[in-house]
Design a protein around this ligand. Structure first.
Ligand SMILES: O=C(O)C(=O)C[C@]1(C(=O)O)C=C[C@@H](O)C=C1
Length: 286
């Protein structure tokens, strides 16, 4: 332990804080150039780039040291990046919240920042409509499960629809109201692979397909499903999560579409695989 006086130690903390503050202001100047390079203002685009954010947080996790918790560092970065997106172009969030999904609000706020306007909607349909109609930049919706009242993901299986862009929480579960849950964010932005990604694929079929049947067809096309769920919405829609970043022109999709039982396939989004607590502990434990 150091034998320096409290005043001396606090002077050093002030110097560190000044350096951090100065660097954040310097970072803001650079981000404004990034916004110009991306043409955000000309096209009135949403500045969020989840692949870049995932790469940044994974890089920090790999360099992290105790005792400062990585989960707290990730929260600071997410708050900071949220502010850096807002200085590029302003946008708001539409989040689905009801009595059983209180934590959705907390997930949205942790990811998109305390200064970003968030509005709660009592149905996934209404929250999603905000993004379809351009009234919100991002919708935050519960992870699809068989229990969802309305399979909101089926609405994304149309041309030019917004896409799933990320899964929340990205880096560690924090305190939330109600039951901790996971969510997906939906928006219209360019997506990119990060090296560790998931793809959400909707397969429209003529008849109801069993999970085993779907998996067999996917396996024959050399695709690995990690999750599947189905919905009967004017025909059968099957949601499949793949453990890779599948491009729209991947020939394996044609292998699915030639089957008589399959009518169409739609990639409804991609997201960078989240960093779970056990992962980042492994990542930085020497
Ligand atoms: O790299 C970009 O495209 C940026 O806009 C910069 C930045 C950042 O602050 O680092 C901000 C928003 C994006 O979601 C990702 C990164």
């Amino acid at each position: 332990m150091s034998n320096r006086s409290l005043d001396d130690l606090r002077r050093e903390i002030d110097e560190i804080d000044d350096a951090i503050h100065e660097l954040i202001m310097k970072r803001a100047d650079v981000v404004q150039h990034v916004a110009a390079a991306k043409g955000i203002a000309e096209r009135n685009d949403l500045p969020i780039r989840p692949a870049r954010e995932a790469a940044m947080l994974r890089r920090l996790a790999a360099h992290h040291r105790d005792p400062f918790p990585f989960e707290a560092l990730a929260r600071i970065w997410q708050e900071m990046i949220a502010a850096f997106t807002q200085i590029q172009n302003q946008y708001s969030i539409a989040v689905y919240v009801d009595d059983d999904h209180q934590s959705m609000w907390d997930l949205a706020r942790d990811q998109f920042g305390a200064q970003t306007p968030i509005t709660a909607f009592p149905s996934t349909r209404e929250a999603l409509a905000q993004v379809f109609e351009g009234r919100a930049g991002v919708a935050v919706l519960p992870l699809p499960t068989v229990k969802n009242m309305y399979p909101w993901w089926t609405a994304l299986a149309v041309a030019n629809a917004p896409k799933v862009i990320s899964r929340l929480p990205f880096a560690g579960v924090g305190n939330v109201r109600g039951t901790p849950m996971e969510a997906l964010a939906v928006a219209s932005i360019p997506l990119q692979p990060t090296g560790r990604d998931r793809t959400l694929l909707v397969i429209e079929s003529t008849d109801q397909m069993s999970h085993a049947g779907l998996e067999k067809i996917l396996k024959a096309a050399k695709l690995n499903a990690v999750y599947t769920t189905s919905a009967d919405v004017e025909g059968w829609m099957n949601l499949v999560e793949l453990d890779e970043y599948l491009e729209a022109d991947d020939p394996r999709l044609e292998m699915l579409e030639v089957r008589d039982s399959i009518q169409r396939t739609h990639i409804i989004g991609h997201y960078a695989d989240v960093i779970r607590s056990q992962d980042f502990r492994k990542m930085y434990k020497k």
